[in-house]
Structure formats: structure tokens, C-alpha cells
Write a protein that binds this ligand. Structure first.
Ligand code: SAJ
Length: 427
């Protein structure tokens, strides 16, 4: 079939390439001219394993064409960003509305429109449908309208796109079936359906919320275990041996563009998010817990140098959005300013250096490993990159002022670091 993809980001681009590589005639459109131009030149700038080759294959086969306009197609898939405004506590649906207004004039009877972007419950029916129906066509009778959320894990997008189960909700049975036919052509996982887009939107949100709340439990357990003087990870492992218990791992907080955001989407049309918002606070509060650990070990943070290893939001990715490592760096830096403001002298000065072998963001002041650890009083590992597990502690110990390692991911080989003279604390 012919498919037009609206939005060529982390979801739209792999989906476009996937459909193209499965023989569909795919037209990829992005509102950003630079994104289109780069792709037309064969440049894939998104950092995701295997994506470049996958997209190149689709472009070279000519099954995927990057177009400068939205084109008519049997299927339209909308994969645009839906950022969350933390202060207003609302989702910014302007990209979605723009996409819908662009598509409406081209919509024909018999077409299918699928929304994949993560949205607050009700968006497909309350926001998208009226714009598409302003054409005089009716959803469900003249054209199919469906929400089909994506569930792929960054770092593993291409195989998850093919293998993950999908939940798909159309405005009626005919709509749902039309979308099933398209996803069936490349999805090897199970396709579950509901004839209600709002349910499909809700399912996506509660999946990420479940994970966020579960991690909050793990983080609270870590703080409890600290009070009781026991190892939280050993306790969680033993607890998880029970067939009905499955607690996730504690850490420096929850990052990325999904888990810290999606739970709030549930609260845009309801106030019933007591546990959910508390879980968010527990996870965000891990920054303060790491600082507490630092203060306990160093007595005072005044005049210290802290090296933070890992500003990607999780291991082996380069994405630093909502990253716990960055949040820690910024909180420590803000503390420095606050102290300076109150006592006017340089005594409160905390020097913070950040390091990451994957992140290339030019707006971040990243240091190499040697200079970030030179003279440092503590090393805080906030991301479980493979590279960090292989670090040699000896030369790092020699460079540092105090040999203290706070391993928030329990990722490094603690006995080896202790042997090299480090005091090691894990979350
Ligand atoms: N984390 C922990 N402890 C854990 C697991 C994760 O602290 O035991 C932290 C990570 O370090 C990271 C954050 O949680 O900071 C999120 O990482 P993640 O790997 O759990 O999830 P994401 O954000 O990369 O992707 C999630 C996935 N959702 C679920 O597993 C339910 C993915 O399948 C979704 O497609 C994606 O959100 C999305 O786009 O919504």
C-alpha cells in the first residue's frame, strides 16, 4: 500500500524504513526542512544502532521517498512530538494539530489515518478527529481513524518495531481492521485491538507509568535499605526469586523522554494521580539522595570537586534528555551559587565535571576522563555504559584527591575498586 509518514524522528523514520523494506510505497515527510534535506542526501543523524543501514537500504531501494510536502496515500501515520510543559502541566499538541491540518485537504474516502504519538487520553477523538472531519468526511464511515502507540525501547528500536506486540484502537471495527492489515505486514508480535482509540492511548500511558512506579518502589527500597544498613540490590534479587514479585532496579532517578513524562499525561483529564505523582517525586528525589550520600562520605561538599560519569539518560545511548546525571550536575552547581550568594566568599564552591563517552551534545560542557577525575573528591557513576564497567581503577585513584566512588547503578566491579583503594558506595 502507499503510506505517508508524518514526522521523521526516532519513531517515524524507523517505521518508514520498516514499511519500505517490507515492500510498501512509503513517503516520508517532516515539517523540518533540515531533517528532510539531510535524509534526501542520505544522511541519517539519529543515533540508534542499525538505523543508518536500515534507512539507507529503504532509500536506495526507492521504496522510501522523502518528500517536501505531505502526499496522498492510502495510509497516513502521524509520529510527531507531543512535548509536555512541566509548569503548565499540559501536553503541547501543536505539532499534532499542524500535521492534521496539513493532511486534511489531501484526505480521501477510503484512507486510513493512524496516530502513533504518545498523547493524553482522548486526543485522537477530541483533537484529531474534528480537524480531519472539517473536510466533510466522517471518521469510521468515510475514513478509518486509529490510535496505535509505539512501545519500542531506544537502543533496540528496529528489532522491537518488528517483534513487539501492538495495541491498536480504531473509532470502530472497520477502522481497527484497516490498521491491523498494515501492521500485520511487518509485526511478528501479537496485535491486540480495542475499538476505542482512548483505551489504546490509556494503555500506552499506563505501561510507562507502571514502569515508573515500579522503579520508584525500587528507589524507596534503596533508601529504606540504607537506613537498615543492608544491600538493596541483594534484597531485591532475593525478593524477585518469588514467582509473583518483580521489582525493578534503583538508581540515580528516572530519565528519558517517556517515563518521566507519560505519567503526567494521565493527569491532564483527571486528578486521580496520587500514587503516580508521588512516584514521580520519589524518583526525582534520588538526586537529593545521591547528594546526601556524598555529604555523608565527604562530611562537607564545600570546595570539593565532583566528577559525574554518565549524562546519557541510560546505558549505551547518547540521548541526554531528562538525564539523572545532568540533573545531579545542575543541582550541585546551583548549590554552589546559593552558598556563594549567602556567604559572599568562594568557600561553598563545588567544582562539577561531567563525562560521557556516548553523548556529543555541543551545548554540554563535557570533559574527558582524565581531566574530570584529576583532583576529584568523588566519582559518581550515573549511567551504566559498557565502557564504565571496564574502567581501570588504579590510574583513576592516582589522579583523584579522595578515592570515593558512588556507583548509583551498581555497575562497576566494587571489590576491584576497593582493592585499588576506593571507598565504594552503591545505591
Ligand atoms: N531505570 C531504572 N531502573 C530500572 C530500569 C530503568 O532506574 O530498573 C531508568 C533508566 O536508567 C532510565 C529510565 O529508567 O533513566 C528509563 O529507561 P527504560 O529503559 O526503562 O525506558 P525508556 O524510556 O528507554 O523506554 C520506555 C519503554 N517502556 C517500557 O518499557 C514500559 C519503551 O518500551 C517505550 O517504548 C518507551 O519508554 C517510550 O517510547 O514510551
Amino acid at each position: 500500500s502507499s503510506v505517508c509518514i508524518h514526522g521523521l524522528g526516532y519513531i517515524g523514520l524507523p517505521t518508514a524504513a520498516m514499511l519500505a523494506n517490507y515492500g510498501h510505497d512509503v513517503y516520508g515527510y517532516d515539517a523540518d526542512e533540515t531533517v528532510r534535506g539531510d535524509l534526501q542526501n542520505g544522511d541519517v543523524h539519529l543515533d540508534e544502532p542499525g538505523l543508518r543501514a536500515f534507512v539507507t537500504q529503504a532509500l536506495e531501494s526507492a521504496q522510501l521517498e522523502i518528500t517536501d510536502e505531505i502526499v496522498q496515500a492510502k495510509y497516513h501515520i502521524i509520529c510527531v512530538p507531543t512535548p509536555f510543559d512541566q509548569t503548565e502541566r499540559t501536553a503541547d499538541l501543536s505539532y499534532l494539530r499542524d500535521a492534521a491540518h496539513g493532511l486534511a485537504p489531501l484526505l480521501r474516502a477510503g484512507d486510513t489515518v493512524i496516530l502513533e504519538s504518545t498523547v493524553p487520553p482522548g486526543t485522537t477523538v477530541e483533537q484529531l478527529q474534528p480537524i480531519l472531519e472539517s473536510t466533510g468526511l466522517t471518521a469510521g464511515t468515510d475514513f478509518a481513524l486509529v490510535h496505535c502507540p509505539e512501545t519500542v525501547l531506544p537502543g533496540n528500536i528496529i528489532s522491537e518495531l518488528r517483534e513487539n506486540d501492538r495495541t491498536l484502537g480504531g473509532v470502530n471495527g472497520v477502522s481497527t481492521e484497516s490498521a491491523v492489515r498494515l501492521y500485520d505486514s511487518f509485526v511478528s508480535g501479537e496485535i491486540r485491538t480495542t475499538d476505542d482509540p482512548t483505551t489504546a492511548e490509556f494503555v500506552k500511558l499506563i505501561q510507562n507509568t507502571y514502569r515508573d512506579v515500579n522503579i520508584a518502589l525500587a528507589n524507596e527500597i534503596a533508601r529504606l535499605a540504607d537506613d537498615y544498613g543492608i544491600d538493596s540490590r541483594e534484597a531485591i534479587d532475593l525478593a524477585n526469586a518469588h514467582p509473583r514479585v518483580d521489582i525493578l532496579q534503583p538508581g540515580p532517578g528516572v530519565g528519558g523522554h517517556c517515563l518521566p513524562i507519560d505519567p503526567w499525561f494521565l493527569g491532564t483529564g483527571s486528578d486521580q494521580i496520587e500514587l503516580i505523582s508521588t512516584a514521580r517525586e520519589v524518583n526525582d528525589g534520588m538526586t537529593e539522595f545521591v547528594i546526601e550520600l556524598l555529604e555523608r562520605e565527604l562530611n562537607s561538599l564545600d570546595g570539593t570537586k565532583i566528577a559525574i560519569l554518565g549524562v546519557a539518560y541510560k546505558g549505551n545511548v547518547s540521548d541526554a534528555r531528562n538525564s539523572p546525571g545532568l540533573e545531579l550536575a545542575r543541582t550541585l552547581a546551583d548549590r554552589e551559587t546559593a552558598e556563594l550568594a549567602t556567604d559572599g566568599g568562594p568557600t561553598g564552591d563545588i567544582e562539577v565535571e561531567i563525562h560521557d563517552p556516548h553523548v556529543t551534545d555541543p551545548t554540554l560542557d563535557l570533559a574527558d576522563l582524565d581531566s574530570s577525575t584529576a583532583g576529584a573528591d568523588a566519582l559518581v557513576v550515573t549511567t551504566d555504559h559498557d565502557e564504565y564497567a571496564d574502567l581501570d581503577p588504579e590510574p583513576i585513584a592516582e589522579r583523584m584527591h579522595e578515592a570515593l566512588l558512588i556507583d548509583t547503578k551498581a555497575h562497576l566491579d566494587a571489590p576491584r575498586w576497593r582493592e585499588a583503594g576506593f571507598a565504594v558506595r552503591q545505591i
